[in-house]
Ligand binder design. Structure first.
Ligand code: KIV
Length: 275
């Protein structure tokens, strides 16, 4: 059964935990979808994990549309949410609506996500009025890395907590059907989840959320080096992949691949029938 915005609303009422994972292409969308996640996020983390940028700032509408098209073709049941890139919604409300529309019309997403709370409430309201479901994103908002002076935990101290709650309320009142909350302390998150009428999807926000989201590269251990504290590596797929690639290299060099079983006919005696 396809996940819809109604599934999210029902989960908030019943207490069933929601799941969201990123995907950026057809093959991984199929894998993620077959695992039974509620939603696939074509995140602008695309900039970091696929395009090799140090942050998400340079990701464009064209980048997200291109990857959303592929993900939408691979997702059978999960709700596909496309991230709105930096500067695709901040400049004006009409531009935000137009770009959100492109993510559905061209990318075939079923919803969009955008970062910010009070300051983007007008954009969220207008996008929702255009019949486009919206996921908010508050707390640590990576597109604001330059303004925040780095990737830092949010919601620490009274002022920061008040801002987080104001942002959450603004996003919900503007009509978002869910909100991603990134890098806030668990007990702040507990209160926020209790107070908001829409599902909270946490990342680095502890267990008291209505759901959890992770970037699949983190979950699979596809990167060596720094791994954020909130990530659980469910596999060391990076090591496995490196080993397989290395084996291919050495077998080709040693003349062990391809073997006779990989050939169309006996490699030494028969005339090959190619197709
Ligand atoms: O871009 C992304 O992958 C995200 C998640 C970290 C929530 O926004």
């Amino acid at each position: 059964m396809r996940t819809t915005v109604s599934t999210f609303a029902a989960a908030k009422i019943s207490g069933r935990k929601l799941t969201m994972l990123t995907a950026y292409d057809y093959s991984f969308a199929r894998l993620v979808d077959s695992a039974g996640v509620d939603s696939i996020l074509v995140g602008d983390s695309l900039g970091n994990v696929i395009l090799g940028y140090p942050d998400t700032i340079s990701v464009t509408m064209e980048d997200i549309i291109h990857h959303t098209k592929a993900v939408a073709r691979g997702a059978q049941n999960a709700l596909v949410v496309a991230d709105m890139p930096f500067m695709s919604y901040q400049v004006s409300v009409p531009q935000a609506v137009e770009n959100a529309g492109r993510l559905l019309k061209e990318g075939r997403a079923q919803a969009v996500k955008l970062e910010g709370g009070v300051v983007v409430a007008n954009q969220i309201r207008a996008i929702v009025d255009a019949s486009i479901p919206v996921v908010g994103h508050i707390g640590l908002t990576p597109q604001s890395v330059n303004a925040m002076g780095g990737f830092k935990i949010q919601g620490k101290g009274e002022e920061a907590v008040n801002k987080l709650f104001a942002d959450g309320q603004a996003v919900a009142e503007a009509g978002a059907f869910a909100v991603v909350v990134e890098c806030v302390p668990p007990l702040v998150m507990k209160r926020l989840t209790e107070e908001l009428p829409i599902p909270t999807i946490g990342i680095g926000a502890g267990p008291h959320c209505d759901g959890q989201v992770l970037v699949y590269h983190d979950l699979l251990g596809l990167f060596d080096g720094f791994s954020p504290k909130f990530v659980k590596k469910y596999a060391e797929a990076g090591e496995l992949i490196k080993k397989a690639f290395g084996q291919f290299v050495s077998e080709v060099k040693a003349g062990q691949f391809p073997g006779p079983e990989h050939c169309f006919g006996d490699p030494e005696t028969s005339i090959p029938k190619m197709y």
